[in-house]
Ligand binder design. Sequence first.
Ligand code: BG6
Length: 472
Amino acid sequence: MLVFGGTGDLALHKLLPALYYLHRDGRLHAQTRILALARQPLERAAYQALAERRCRAQVARADFDAATWQGFAERLDYFAMDIEQSADFSRLARRLEGSPAQQVYYLATAPRLFEAVVEHLAIAGLAGPQSRIVLEKPLGHSLESARAINAAIGKVFDESRVFRIDHYLGKETVQNLMALRFANALFEPLWRAGHIDHVRINVYETLGVENRGAYYDQAGAMRDMVQNHLLQLLCLVAMEAPARFDAEAVRDEKLRVLQALKPIGGLDVRDKTVRGQYAAGKIGGQEVPAYWFEKNVDNDSDTETFVALLAEIDNWRWAGVPFFLCTGKRMARKTSEIVIQFKPVPHRLFNGGEANRLLIRLQPEERISLQLMAKAPGKGMRLEPVELDLNLAQAFQQKRRWDAYERLLLDVIEGDSTLFMRRDEVEAAWAWVDPILQGWHEHYQSPRPYPAGSDGPEQLQALFGRHLRGGS
Ligand code: BG6
């Protein structure tokens, strides 16, 4: 496995710890080797020391021990190269001579480098039929750039060898969404416009942009989160049951959802979206600076760190059901959840309403909870919401839940692309996102401020108010 961007955050923070766990749990082939590639001139030992430091910080203390690390470090090597120089790929080819035929190239780099890397791999004769390529999101910054990247990759790797990562699909609870819907007879008959009032998908973080200002300021929450993670969650909630649980059938159904999304563009953005940016505030009692004050961010930046929008799916199942997609950095709480709000009963017998809600929480804990109305003990008929609560970690009594990257890296090695985005899916997602970005550019230049540590811009409530039946 060759990791381009080997000294970057993604490699050190996510990929190597995931590979460490796979090694520790005996899931890597004895011959598997990991070669990290980056520009910095580092000796192998220096890279191993850097990787060890970062892995120690990521891996739970009880799971890290010197002997296991030593075994893992023996698989780990480093190669200094400039991925913009084709001569360096010839050096790389020489370095790889005699190594096993099957290579996985992991492009943990900025997407603007994808096309060049792939071309160079082909020229250097490194893209043989056994090799696979993994691309990190966001794939491009617009439909046009995504198409160009996909076309360049398609010239070298056929689609079955391309793995476009969206790490949300590697999260256990996200996969559980499919199990919940398609393995339980209870929900599916109700899973449609006649019974569901609205759906909310919230992915909130307390983190700011950390040391990714340079990337994030170009991307913003729309490209960083909505185009991929939130739309993928939407697809899994809204798709029809695939005929089989295999890569093509699942991805065909997700694609149909993306193609059925009602376009939002032009002045619609004022009615159907909220765009925000965090101002200074407090997270966990600590003062934190405004977004434009972050490292490598323009101090008059109008990049959004919060997005809320109304997605409407124009098909038989979902016509008229609002889906609210909301995501933001520096929010009051870290939480990722899907809330399915069912319609109220047709005739109210008792005082006290609402509940009828299914909550699927992905983070911080993995929970599925059905919120029902029940009679409060005592005299009279006073109803209160109660929860049927399933904590998935407890239910399976697992000490440690796999990190999304562990699952996904193993799938790449095994060649299973069910949990990866297909080319047409990525392009359909961009086709929906592009007009919103354009609409913002023309009609919604400055994002609404919200204090760090809050629930987002005040305009959010107005968005719900405009598009929910009861305005709640
Ligand atoms: C990444 C985004 O894809 O997902 C980050 O680039 C974001 O900005 C992260 O912080 C959130 O992932 P998770 O797994 O912590 O919810």
